[in-house]
Design a protein around this ligand. Sequence first.
Ligand code: NAD
Length: 264
Amino acid sequence: MPGDQDNKAAGDEPRPVILLAGAAHGIGRAMALQARQRGARLAICDIDQAGLQALTSELAMGEDALLLPVDITQAGSVADFVTAALARFGRIDAAICNAGGMISLVHDGLVTSNIRAFKDIPPADWKSIVDLNLYGALNLAHAVLPGMLSRGQGRIVFVSSVSGLVGGAGLSVYAAAKGGVIAFAKSLAREVSAAGVSVNSVAPGGVATRAFPAGSPSAERRVQSVAIGRLGLPDEIANVAIYLATDAPPYLTGEVISVSGGPP
Ligand SMILES: NC(=O)c1ccc[n+]([C@@H]2O[C@H](COP(=O)([O-])OP(=O)(O)OC[C@H]3O[C@@H](n4cnc5c(N)ncnc54)[C@H](O)[C@@H]3O)[C@@H](O)[C@H]2O)c1
């Protein structure tokens, strides 16, 4: 298989191949760096080309990392990305769908917040929020599953949100999409776990990324409702996702793990 000569690191440890969608910033970037520390080979996509460029330099992994600009909402582009990853590495051990967000990303460097009362969100925006946060997960799972099922092993991890579990004022459409991801993951786990593929979700609470810029009123407000008294760090969420993608026992499937500084 292509890439099989790279399967073993020094000490004969197998090197996992992790596919990661949405890694140029924030939580996904922390996942990429943690995965590299673990010796994984990486297939990474993101919509932000400049951010990918910066990550490529930071990872400095050469042929062990494939980084491609892909819009997760486009099923055909996601399928092409998975094909390219399989051509490079021969297999995908784990796929993490982190691409998503409460913000409308990034047109000419502009980031706008989607935290708005439902009555103020026009239908056209419902679609873009659901496309990104729910269809993105469906697109990625649909593209990676055939290879995992034919090998009889694989791990799929979705990044949802505590708002998908308990709701969030100002987050109605986003929360609906993230709740959909959790229900999708649980359903998929029922379909494919016996065939060797685990499917789980991580549900972050408020995390200090550009979604909650340090010192901003939204960050200050969010902290008020966190038991531990601060926002989460990207590394704290990444740690759980990388665990699910690598070391978690196969018996852990169909779960959602909330990482939110206290009960959601
Ligand atoms: N930050 C939080 O408080 C928080 C809370 C709960 C859940 N989450 C979820 O965690 C994940 C990461 O959030 P973050 O705060 O690190 O956000 P972020 O905006 O810093 O990172 C999201 C990444 O996804 C990429 N992306 C966005 N749209 C894309 C698309 N169409 N195709 C491919 N890539 C795309 C972005 O370029 C970026 O690299 C998201 O799914 C978000 O919904 C975040």
